[in-house]
Design a binder for this molecule. Sequence first.
Ligand code: HEM
Ligand code: NAG
Ligand code: NAG
Length: 324
Amino acid sequence: MASSCFCSKFAVLGALVLMVVLAGSTSAQLSGTFYSSSCPNLLTTVRSAVRTAINNERRMGASLLRLFFHDCFVNGCDGSILLDDTSSFTGEKGAAPNLNSARGFDVVDNIKSAVEGACPGVVSCADVLAVAARDSVAILGGPSWTVKLGRRDARTANQAAANSSIPPPTSNLNQLISSFQNVGLSTSEMVALSGAHTIGQARCTSFRTRIYNETNIDSSFARTRQSNCPSASGSGDNNLAPLDIQTPTAFENDYYKNLVNKRGLLHSDQQLFNGGSTDSLVQTYSTNPSTFNSDFVAAMIKMGDISPLTGSNGEIRKNCRKVN
Ligand code: HEM
Ligand SMILES: *[C@@H]1O[C@H](CO)[C@@H](O)[C@H](O)[C@H]1NC(C)=O
Ligand SMILES: *[C@@H]1O[C@H](CO)[C@@H](O)[C@H](O)[C@H]1NC(C)=O
């Protein structure tokens, strides 16, 4: 009797602990108005810094959007990708999906400096990145939305998780579906978020096999891409090509039109329209830009909700490259 009472008290305690843990891991505390009194000029400050960066280099909008994706997929949207390596710390910048590829860190520093000038010590790097990603999409002609805020910055990073959680361009459809499922995103959200490849560039090494050896590719498109991406591995590895052959600095639904025409640049891109379960959604987005825009926005908000640090977890980093 006494022991069963003892056990049930533990069960109640356990349930309480579980509830607290779950509450801490949901996005309940993120809100569009999180900084409205502590940093009223946050959004205008970030937008003007992002605008300056994109005016300097149109590709930068794509690079900032991708940084947010690569942040959120590794232990949540916690600014971990922004931490530099030190002699005693290995960050995520050297992880396979980021090495020689992720870019825009100087621009994030500039945005953060401007934000620190307006409201010192208040706004996390994770939130700066979330707003910069939204502004990038909007400035390049895509939709805009209210960004939920209140994330805090990690004091750690995880290179092994970056290697394994961010899908590589060699992924097949099932692998893409499961890597998004691992962070709580559905197959249709995966298809909508992939529309980000309507902007930005990829390196020859990311698409070489596709343009020389695959058959589900438009042959004139393959030839065009071969002209600046030699077949021998090691030569021209970093030569760039646009992910969207038409308009690599305009955010619209061209990505899906390309897929329907077998002009996906990455192997993983063309997997979304290759006779499988996602063909019909690709077809829908290719002809219905407003459906794409609203699904993309909803999926971006959901991606931004992945395991944020809130409350007293993490910190508000002063310098996005290092822990305080
Ligand atoms: C579906 C799985 C995805 C795979 C396999 C993938 C893979 C890649 C690869 C290989 C590149 C080129 C990297 C290089 O060659 O240096 C790239 C670029 C890019 N990705 Fe993805 N990606 C995926 C999803 C996403 C998502 C969800 C977003 C954002 C919402 C995104 C945004 C971008 C952008 C904007 C670029 C161009 C970056 C620049 O020009 O600096 N990608 N992606
Ligand atoms: C991540 O991948 C890179 C490149 O393949 C490799 O050098 C590194 O050791 C990996 N890191 C971890 C922690 O597994
Ligand atoms: C294409 O496939 C052949 C035969 O498997 C292989 O030897 C070659 O390296 C591949 N080329 C590229 C660019 O992937």
